[in-house]
Design a protein around this ligand. Structure first.
Ligand SMILES: Nc1nc2c(ncn2[C@@H]2O[C@H](COP(=O)(O)OP(=O)(O)OP(=O)(O)O)[C@@H](O)[C@H]2O)c(=O)[nH]1
Length: 769
């Protein structure tokens, strides 16, 4: 049964648990699986190779535990004098109180309880030699020289076991013979010579494996001899001897500890190592230490690697969380490198003490695991960098395009360079040395996105440019086309189209000049120019349509007709006389005007070359996908046949009215009364006027009329009254004219033709005047 116990601690080295002993292997040959924890408790876990292991061998009850406790401050059980029975069962371990030394108290050989069972002795020897560099062989002075004694059997076992473990190696072990109850009668040198001779004899008798026949005992063992005085009879001398012996458990020329004795098992792996050694030993398997060390290295390197990886992931998790925010994390590469360096350093510190090959390969595994963990962070950072670089590009582009007179290619080039540089710098920062990562693909994707954004922006800017040129074009043609469309004639369309062509040419030149900075392709230029032409044509068509609405067209026709019919060649209004050929002039003017309807009905220059050329719709479309279909041929038609007929008939009706009016004006001029007739009438009425002025009633009436006129003037009623009176006057005048005309045109029947002739002639003459 595995047990541990605590005795009164004698703490001299600061380790509270140092004095606690533990049963590593119990009497039933079971290994204590908690040994590693005990190494921890003893404060040796991180000692690396800087510790030593000492084991004591010897017959039962020869004072082994007593010696160890005195030498190392350990707390092994010591046999009760009164009982005299075996105390140490199995193998116990305790840390020396002021030295980094693990001390093993091994069950005594030739124990009464085990009887003839030599199995445990051999196994414990194998176990102790595999892990301890100093083997204390405890024996009474009086036993020396007794070749048949138990000690000889023990030594033979030790030598054989050592040979099987380290036969082909240079590993050495110190055999320290502690001669107990050394009375001093036989000098120590003699005793050691005897013992050396005994051991040499044993060495000679042991069968050596093939190839090792010529090896010497001293190739494997260093021998040291110490004598201790009788503890009961010479207690002071005994104490002094022990004290002296204790001083030799050091490094140095006279010290027992030597680097060459060490088994080179890192302290943190001692528990696992001893466990696997004992497992091999107890199951009677061949104990191959190199293999054991390799296995130990694998086990421990895995453990160390796991611990390093856990510490690493707990730190890296925070970086991972930050990245989930969608923003590139500043100095992520630096942090990642630190985490990795820290993890590897942690691994190296402990694992590098183990089997070099295993350590190297486990380090590579750990590195790969670290990289595997970091890679998604790297990718997430690249993704975030991609986003931020695109955003930077857009900002730079917008800023650049806001400036007056920008050069598109330069703005895009600068923005692109800044975006790519930002991405590369960020991506370089997050690269980890030795990790087989690159960001070529992401950079390529960024380039593709930048190209798409550039294409979109270019398309927008080109549309804006075409719109701007279109506006300039419209201004250019506006007044000129208005003017030309107001002057209808057979050459009207030629002039209009010439104006159109000149403005379009200017617009196209403006486009070509600006398009250079966009680095546009010939295909894009062709599309844009076509769009420009289409829009220009549409703008012209809009102008034409504005001028050919029914109302405006009729007004134009009327004006044209009036100009021809009512004004002479010199632009002076005609006053019709009965000698004028009103009918002929009317027909000519009307027909010429009707001709204009045909001119307005279709855009048809006399020179067909003036018409612009457009590719068929299905072959070519402009930059505006949304533009309504462009049908050039249809656009030439302005007035349909039916519309022409309608406008012609409306115009004719208006023209007929002018004709009638012209005819009437002749009649009215014939019937006009000369003004001197009104003068004669006024003169003839002088006496009546004097009569009215001097008549009180008439005078009062006049004064009242004057007062009324004044009131009307003050009340601003003069205008309306004047209008009414003028209307009344006109009516009276018209009535008077009618009466006079009747009177002069149809005088009362006269038998004398001469008389009729005489009466008509003066009237006619008068009217003609
Ligand atoms: N004569 C003599 N007796 C000693 C000496 N050292 C210890 N003893 C006594 O020997 C007895 C056995 O001592 P232990 O230290 O228990 O011996 P051990 O070899 O550890 O015994 P086991 O663990 O049972 O094998 C005790 O009674 C001690 O007092 C010594 O140097 N000389």
């Amino acid at each position: 049964m595995i047990s541990d116990s605590v005795q009164t601690p004698s703490i001299t080295n600061g380790h509270a648990d140092a004095s606690m002993r533990v049963q590593v292997i119990d009497e039933d040959k079971k290994f204590n699986a908690d040994l590693s924890k005990w190494i921890d408790k003893w404060g040796l876990r991180s000692a690396g190779f800087d510790y030593d292991v000492v084991a004591v061998f010897g017959s039962q009850s020869t004072g082994k535990s007593t010696l160890l406790n005195k030498l190392f401050g350990t707390t092994f059980d010591v046999m009760d004098e009164t009982q005299r029975r075996q105390t140490t069962k199995g193998i116990w371990m305790c840390r020396a109180d002021d030295l980094p030394v693990l001390v093993m108290d091994v069950e005594g050989t030739d124990g009464r309880e085990r009887g003839e069972d030599q199995d445990f002795e051999r196994k414990s020897a194998l176990f102790s030699l595999a892990s301890s560099q100093i083997l204390l062989v405890n024996l009474w002075e009086h036993q020396i020289g007794l070749y048949q004694g138990a000690n000889m059997a023990l030594l033979k076992t030790v030598i054989e076991v050592n040979l099987s473990l380290f036969g082909k190696t240079d590993q050495k072990t110190l055999l320290l013979f502690v001669i107990r109850d050394h009375v001093g009668a036989t000098p120590l040198t003699n005793l050691s010579a005897t013992l050396t001779a005994d051991i040499e004899r044993i060495w000679a008798s042991v069968s050596k494996p093939e190839g090792l026949e010529s090896r010497l005992l001293t190739d494997y063992f260093d021998l040291e001899y110490v004598g201790l005085a009788h503890k009961i009879l010479m207690p002071d001398k005994f104490e002094a001897d022990v004290k002296s012996l204790r001083t030799r458990f050091t490094f140095g020329p006279t010290g027992f500890f030597k680097e060459r004795y060490r088994r080179r098992i890192p302290a943190d792996g001692v528990g696992v190592y001893m466990d696997s050694i004992w497992e091999q030993v107890s199951s009677n398997k061949d104990l191959d230490l190199p293999t054991q060390q390799e296995l130990l290295a694998q086990f421990r390197c895995d453990e160390i690697s796991k611990a390093a990886l856990e510490a690493f992931t707990s730190r890296a998790k925070e970086g991972r969380r930050n990245l989930e925010g969608g923003k590139a994390v500043a100095n992520l590469g630096g942090m990642m490198r630190d985490w990795k360096t820290e993890a590897l350093h942690r691994f190296d510190t402990e694992a590098s003490r183990y089997h070099a090959g295993v350590y190297k390969s486990k380090r590579e595994d750990l590195t790969a695991a670290l990289h595997a963990y970091l890679q998604p962070l790297f990718m997430a950072q690249l993704k975030n960098l991609h986003k931020s670089s695109l955003a930077l590009f857009k900002v730079q582009l917008e800023e650049g395009l806001r400036k007056d007179g920008y050069d598109f290619a330069t703005v895009v080039g600068d923005a692109r360079t800044k975006s790519q540089t930002a991405f590369k710098e960020g991506a370089d920062e997050v690269l980890i040395p030795d990790a087989d990562w690159d960001y070529d693909l992401e950079l390529q994707q960024l380039d593709e996105d930048l190209t798409s954004l550039t294409a979109l922006s270019k398309s927008d800017e080109m549309k804006k440019m075409v719109n701007s040129i279109e506006r300039t074009f419209k201004r250019e043609i506006g007044e000129k086309v208005d003017l030309e469309l107001g002057r209808p004639g057979p050459k009207m369309w030629d002039t209009v189209l010439t104006v159109y062509s000149a403005a379009l040419q200017k617009a196209e030149q403006a486009y070509v000049k600006k398009a250079k900075s966009f680095g546009s392709t010939p295909d894009e230029d062709a599309k844009s120019l076509l769009t420009l032409r289409q829009r220009a044509w549409r703008a012209l068509k809009v102008k034409v349509d504005e001028h050919t609405t029914e109302t405006l067209l009729l007004s134009k026709l009327r004006a044209s007709f009036e100009e021809k019919f009512r004004y002479d060649e010199n632009g002076v209004p005609r006053v019709w006389s009965k000698n004028d050929d009103i009918d002929g002039l009317f027909r000519k003017s009307r027909d010429e005007t009707v001709e204009l309807i045909t001119v307005y009905s279709r855009i048809k220059p006399s020179n067909p070359d003036l018409l612009p050329a457009f590719p068929p719709e299905e072959e070519f479309s402009g930059i505006d996908g949304n533009d309504e279909p462009f049908e050039f041929e249809e656009s030439l038609l302005i007035l349909s046949e039916a519309k022409q007929v309608d406008i012609t008939s409306k115009f004719r009706r208006e023209a007929d009215a002018y004709f009638v009016e012209a005819k009437r004006s002749i009649v009215s001029s014939i019937a006009q009364i000369p003004y001197w007739v009104y003068g004669i009438i006024l003169l003839l009425g002088w006496n009546e006027a004097i009569f009215v002025l001097f008549h009180p009633i008439y005078l009062f009436t006049i004064i009242m009329a004057g007062a009324a006129a004044y009131a009307i003037f003050q009340l601003n009623l003069a205008g309306p009254l004047f209008q009414i009176s003028r209307t009344v006057t006109n009516e009276l005048q018209r009535q008077a004219h009618g009466r006079l005309k009747e009177y002069f045109a149809d005088p009362p029947a006269s038998p004398s033709g001469d008389l009729r002739q005489r009466r008509v002639s003066p009237g006619t003459e008068m009217l003609e005047k």
